[in-house]
Write a protein that binds this ligand. Structure first.
Ligand code: UD1
Length: 316
């Protein structure tokens, strides 16, 4: 691997991916608008001469002028990642996730990128008729966020067909770990950990019986890297999911015991609009094409994430 571009490089997953790619010897250009990304996340990358940071928005019309090189692989992670925010502000999500993706694909076309790896989402499946959900299942968006990811996927496929770019679509399930922000629009695990550490009530939305396949960020990064390298991944759509299914209520209890918190209580809020009931992914395609299997158990991942929260402030 030689020269790669990472959009969303200062974000939760993007910054871990940048660190990993640099450790593999790649030369990395990163783009971030710092809407939710943080400079702190890039502390070690910025000290590396093989890393270049471009502070800009992927939607900017100046993207092509600012990014003049050719890249072997573009990892496209920049996006609004919140289902909740998409229900409140669908136009913002469309601009970032659809218009932004189109702009990045134009860059890939004009600068002759070989492969584009898109970080998509399990949200595209909606509430499937059978579980675990595999990549052939019908798409059924329950939120504007899910619709934006389906659109981004379709544009990637179209660019593959029209211009010969090698598309790879990764449908991430629920990713957690250090550097995840903790605003109301962040992933549930960082919200719960932050609440538990501050002795605040744990806010379970709905009955808490909705289930998720949480996957630790290091595993997601490894899968994303494998997807950029494997010949077999070309043109494929692949679930990247954790192996343990757990309900939100069970996660709340697991967080309380990982933090050692006895005074926080669990409170129930109304169910979220656009929320999925069960999001459990089949991993057989990732195993077959990428030889990928998650390595970090939920217990270990939770412990590492709690340790990070104890040391760092997880601002929105
Ligand atoms: C998450 C990701 C999304 C990703 C998708 C893949 C975030 C913010 N969202 O969506 O980017 O594409 O997985 O499937 O990282 N909940 C509570 N209390 C809270 C917050 C959330 O009970 O305070 C519940 C929600 O109602 C939901 C579950 O926890 O049922 C998960 O919510 P969330 O972490 O926002 O993730 P998803 O919507 O699954």
């Amino acid at each position: 691997m030689t020269s790669v571009l990472v959009t969303g490089c200062a974000g939760f997953i993007g910054s871990h991916l940048v660190d990993f790619l640099l450790s593999k010897g790649a030369t990395v250009t990163g783009i971030d608008n710092f809407r939710t990304g943080k400079r702190n996340n890039l502390a070690s990358a910025l000290a590396n001469p093989r890393f270049v940071l471009l502070e800009m928005d992927i939607c900017d019309s100046s993207l092509l002028q600012r990014v003049a090189e050719t890249y072997d692989t573009i990892f496209h992670l920049a996006a609004v990642s919140s289902v909740k925010l998409s229900v409140e502000n669908p136009a913002l999500v469309h601009r970032n996730n659809v218009d932004g993706t189109l702009n990045v694909l134009e860059l890939a076309r004009i600068r002759d990128a070989k492969r584009v790896v898109l970080s998509s989402s399990a949200a595209v499946y909606g509430n499937p008729s059978s579980l675990p959900v595999n990549e052939e299942s019908p798409l059924n968006p329950q939120s504007p966020y899910a619709a934006s990811k389906i659109s981004a996927e379709e544009y990637l496929v179209a660019y593959g067909n029209s211009y010969g770019i090698e598309p790879v679509i990764l449908r991430y399930f629920n990713v957690y770990g250090p550097r995840q922000t903790c605003s109301e629009y962040s992933g549930v695990l960082s919200i719960f950990i932050n609440q538990a550490l501050n002795s605040e009530p744990i806010t379970v939305e709905g009955d808490g019986k909705q289930t998720r396949n949480f996957i630790y960020v290091d595993d997601v990064v490894r899968a994303t890297y494998l997807a950029s390298e494997a010949n077999r991944a070309r043109g494929e759509t692949i679930n990247i999911s954790g192996s343990e299914a757990i309900s939100v209520l069970q996660v709340a209890q697991a967080v309380l015991s990982a933090v050692g918190q006895t005074s926080s209580r669990i409170v129930h809020l109304p169910e979220r609009k656009g929320d999925l009931r069960d999001s459990i992914g089949s991993m057989s395609k990732a195993r077959r094409l990428l030889r990928f299997k998650p390595q970090v158990s939920l217990n270990d991942g939770l412990r590492r994430t709690v340790e990070w929260h104890q040391l760092e402030s997880c601002s929105p």
